[in-house]
Design a protein. Structure first.
Length: 264
């Protein structure tokens, strides 16, 4: 089944108001050209830091760019006494449609466990956001042949947290991001990527049924750049990319968008 690819930019902790504005305008204007020429083959998402989301969304909506806006994290709770946190309703309020959850930097630096990520997935659906759940192994796990042993429980923690309705479940996005390939310039080979993506698809099929699993998009993330994007995006079970470093340069991000295989 053909899934509409999603190309998502994770800006991480980068982007003051002025630079964020410049970046979104650079990407947005070029997307409008591609739309006019009917050359846009994918859905495009940018995930700025919290402080720039409102500005970015205002620009996207006022200029009519073909782009969605998302958050990079959210709290499990609704509004209340949680100093320093941002909840899903707040993300929705500033125009977010998606939220990245369980990024390896959240797991590594902020102690997010599989259980916490599962709870956040539930909260995201509750608050009307589509979660992009990141999974991936560290280098030591891959070298020990434990890649799937790490990814399986990461996915298992999410399954009981999904909504009942199949139509909502199928909007879930999973991003396979081998930790050793994030921000390192080290690439996972297309064979390594397809192997893990095929496992994820099989896992989702067993847990959620073939129909739902066939609709769920599985993104690849980890040093995706213009030079390697076409080979990765053409893989059978790769339905787009989650891009860090290359999402901060409009030309690179656009080149990745252009690398999507043409739709049938
Ligand atoms: C990421 O942070 O999600 C990511 C994939 O980063 P990079 O593209 O820089 O490896």
């Amino acid at each position: 089944m053909r899934r509409r690819p999603l190309i998502a930019g994770n800006w991480k902790m980068n982007g003051l108001i002025e630079t964020a504005q410049e970046l979104v305008e650079g990407i947005g204007a070029a997307l409008s050209d591609r739309e006019r020429e009917r050359k846009l083959q994918c859905e495009v998402l940018v995930c700025p830091p919290f402080t720039a989301i409102h500005t970015v969304h205002q620009t996207v909506s006022s200029k009519g760019y073909s782009m969605k806006v998302g958050g990079q994290n959210m709290d499990v709770e609704g509004p209340g006494a949680r100093t320093g946190e941002i909840c899903g309703i707040m993300l929705r309020n500033v125009g977010c449609r998606y939220v990245i959850l369980g990024h390896s930097e959240r797991r590594q630096f902020f102690g997010e466990t599989n259980e916490i990520v599962g709870k956040k997935v539930e909260a995201a659906f509750r608050d009307g956001l589509v979660p992009i759940v990141c999974v991936g192994e560290e280098l030591k796990d891959r070298e020990a042949g434990r890649t799937i042993d790490v990814i399986r429980p990461q996915l298992e923690a999410v399954m009981p947290r999904l909504p009942e309705e199949a139509s909502k479940r199928s909007t879930l996005v999973v991003a396979y991001e081998p930790v050793w390939a994030i921000g390192t310039g080290k690439n996972a080979t297309p064979e390594q990527v397809q192997e893990v993506h095929a496992f994820i698809r099989k896992f989702l099929t067993e847990k959620l049924g073939a129909d739902t699993a066939s609709k769920i998009r599985i993104l690849y993330g980890g040093s995706m750049k213009p030079a390697n994007a076409a080979g990765l995006l053409a893989l059978e079970d790769v339905d787009g990319g989650l891009i860090g470093g290359a999402a901060l340069k409009a030309q690179d991000f656009l080149a990745i968008i252009d690398a999507n295989p043409a739709s049938d």
